[in-house]
Design a protein around this ligand. Sequence first.
Ligand code: ATP
Length: 488
Amino acid sequence: AKIDMARFARFCKDMGFIYQSSEIYGGINGFWDYGPLGVELKRNIKEAWWHDMVRHPPVGPDGRDLRMVGLDCAIIMNPRVWEASGHVAGFSDLMVDCKECKGRFRADQIQDIPCPLKPSLMVGKYEKCQLTEPRAFNLMFQTYVGAVQSPENVAYLRPETAQGIFVNFKNVLDSSRLKLPFGIAQIGKAFRNEINPRNYTFRSREFEQMEIEFFCHPKDSMMWYEYWREVRKQWYVRLGLTSDKLRAREQSREELAHYSCGTTDIEYLFPFADEPQELEGVAHRGDFDLKAHAQHSGKDLSYFDEDGWNALLAERLAPFQQDKPRREEEKKRLEREEKPKFQFLPHVIEPSAGVDRFLLAVLCEAYTEDQVPDAKGNLESRTVMRFHPRLAPIKAAVFPLVNKDGMDEIAYKLYRELKAHFPVVYDHSGAIGRRYRRQDEAGTPFCITIDGETLQNSSVTIRDRDTLRQIRINLSEVRSWLADALRP
Ligand code: ATP
């Protein structure tokens, strides 16, 4: 069944997943806050990505771990970065202004938007609506660095994290001595002054990205492009986007950026849309970015393939082992004619994902309304968030069945022990059924109950959120059981 977005947003607010930013002042369009459960979910998403892409990187086609390192760059960079990247000149939407209501709208969407003066009418159809000619509107947020608000002090909040990786390419190469192929990963905030923020958090003005720039030899770049497409799609499946709402779509020639040899959008069919929408773009960017920054900065950003060069030398000089003068002569010739071919700009594959968009997809995919039997066996409806255990904000809840006979002491002790290792909660208030319902709504995968039998034989029950099945295990085994259940 299709989710009613308004009801869903209310649920997310009530549960503490997502709030409107500055809500008590009427909010501010395009900005969102994450509540106590939302912030845990968001951290889990970022940690899963960092864990799976950087600390324990995917296995490459040769059966070895990819070489991946991280980076954390400033949000404000030298504005020349954005000239080189093309964002100052080109990062814009075509806009029209309404002369009457002063509203500003995307030129390709003026039919879809209610006029702010008369919401029953659509902009562009409003009989008195006077629109200006379309004009380019840059999506970068501007600010000034320092006390003087003059044009030479203009700076921008980054509209993507990627450029911080490109401008540090040489630094990372020099400090880490990495050899191609390797990837640099970054998670961080990005800002875009979107004209029409909409669809809940899907299109926001402040959001977070998780980006990888994977640098490789040009001859291998198509192979790596296909590799990353697959790895990134599978990552979403592994974290719970298992329905057919997830798809990878290769962009058509017309959609491709001029420098790209291929881009695949990993998309999700959100309840607010008729078509799947982009969660992540995996783009083959060639040497576009490094070339642009080399040109604009005047710095050499090329890579020297030392291993390739040494291999060639060894092979070509082998026949002259005994003849030292010929060997030297041949070496000089190779240095002149062959060595320059080992100095080149790497090609780049860029898997670029939005934290907030994945989080929204996770919420939508997890949100389920079903019916479960209550204590008396009657069916009652519940809302349950079927999060993957790795992403669930709370991993387990510990309950004493009743607050007597020492059950609460045992339960609290278990809670304290688990809390040192996992985010867990303790709840002893109200009927057990109500406590289960609360955890179902928070998406807690496991509820552990201390009951009469615990007092007899030290066993506890663990209830599974999705199957509702209960197993009994020994109190002393709960911690390792939970660790296994949560392992990536
Ligand atoms: P769209 O076409 O939806 O505007 P895009 O193609 O401009 O997205 P990219 O520049 O490829 O997006 O950015 C990479 C990722 O950053 C996107 O896949 C998305 O997950 C995220 N992202 C981009 N813009 C926004 C936004 N306004 N709000 C939330 N996430 C965003």
